[in-house]
Design a protein around this ligand. Structure first.
Ligand code: TRP
Length: 334
């Protein structure tokens, strides 16, 4: 009998930072949802990573739950994938400690995110912020992940995870699968609405620069109407037209129309009409997500049931890897 082909394992996680932007959704989350049919997907809310910067307890608790509910609302399906809260699966913190001892000070010092974040939070350059990539390596390696969909900002961390895995395997023999980056062919790169050469980011001080998936329709409309464009007033992709290029990219990602189709549709129309149309399309796209989010966030029992179910399975799978690694090092099993 033929053994059915085993689906490849994909792991990814997102920090519970309070807001999920249109950029996060179109660039990453929407792809995660699609991956669920063809891969064995494991997703987590990375709450342990979040305490590398100071969190206010009440807000933190709410942010974790909101992130969980919002990802479900976007289409992460616990019937198809594992989707849990990182701190609920104790193996992550444990393997992270182990991996810390196989990660060099020099390697962690070279991480650009560490350099950026320690400059930004100069009063709290804690050891967790420094060791952040070894926790991320633990997340990935615990599930013998084949692939990790990551944006440009996390590529260096994934590279380090690969180095740690190879180093460990080199010392003790094959223990961890060395993960590959998953490069999406479709992910839209959404830029700031105010400075369209920069990536859309919720840490942007100018709130008009980004749109949140949970923004109210009139807020979305307002932000798109204020979007920075050029003076040419032609809805068409072009050099030096970063603002319009970005709006066309968003319109295309949301409606499935090509840039050419959009250019034809808006021929002879002004930027005002186009911005309104983009805002309307985005509002339509997020409307069902917002409705599902409201439903989930008001049904705590359902959320608890979902995250517990996945955490229980994740614990079993990851425990095997942790045990294997610890045994190889020489720890005594209890
Ligand atoms: N560090 C990632 C981010 O901030 C989130 C994350 C945590 C992650 N663990 C991961 C991403 C493992 C991919 C794989 O975006």
């Amino acid at each position: 009998m033929d053994t059915p082909e085993k689906k490849k394992v994909i792991f990814s996680a997102i920090q519970p930072s309070g807001t999920i932007t249109l950029g996060n959704y179109l660039g990453a989350l929407r792809n995660w949802v699609k991956l669920q049919d063809n891969y064995n997907c494991i997703f987590a809310v990375a709450d342990l990573h979040a305490i590398t910067v100071r969190q206010e307890p009440k807000t933190f608790r709410q942010n974790i739950l909101n992130a969980y509910a919002l990802l479900l609302a976007c289409g992460i399906d616990t019937e198809k994938s594992l989707f849990f809260i990182q701190s609920h699966v104790h193996t992550h913190a444990e393997l992270a400690w182990v991996l810390n001892c196989y990660t060099q000070f020099g390697e962690l010092s070279r991480m650009t995110q560490f350099k950026d974040k320690s400059a930004k939070h100069a009063d709290n350059v804690n050891a967790g912020l420094f060791a952040y990539p070894s926790l991320m390596a633990a997340d990935i390696l615990l599930y013998q992940s084949d692939m990790v969909p990551v944006g440009a900002d996390q590529k260096q961390h994934l590279e380090l995870a690969r180095n740690i895995a190879e180093r460990f395997n080199g010392i003790y023999g094959n223990t961890f699968k060395v993960p590959e980056p998953y490069i999406s062919t479709v992910g839209a790169r959404v830029m700031s609405l105010q400075e369209p050469t920069k990536k859309m980011s919720k840490s942007d001080e100018n709130v008009n620069a980004w749109v949140a998936v949970l923004d109210k329709p009139d807020t979305i409309m307002k932000k798109f109407k204020r979007a920075v464009t050029d003076s040419e007033a032609v809805v068409k992709v072009g050099e030096g037209k970063d603002g319009i290029n970005n709006l066309i990219g968003i319109m295309s990602a949301v409606t499935g129309k090509t840039a050419d189709e959009i250019a034809i549709e808006f021929e002879g129309k002004g930027y005002g009409d186009f911005k309104t149309a983009v805002a309307e399309a985005v509002i339509e796209e997020v409307k069902p997500i917002q409705a599902r989010f409201d439903e989930y966030i008001n049904n705590k029992d359902y959320l608890v049931e979902q995250y517990r179910k996945s955490a229980e399975i994740a614990e079993k799978i990851s425990q095997r890897t942790l045990d294997k690694a610890m045994k190889k090092i020489g720890f005594i099993a209890k």
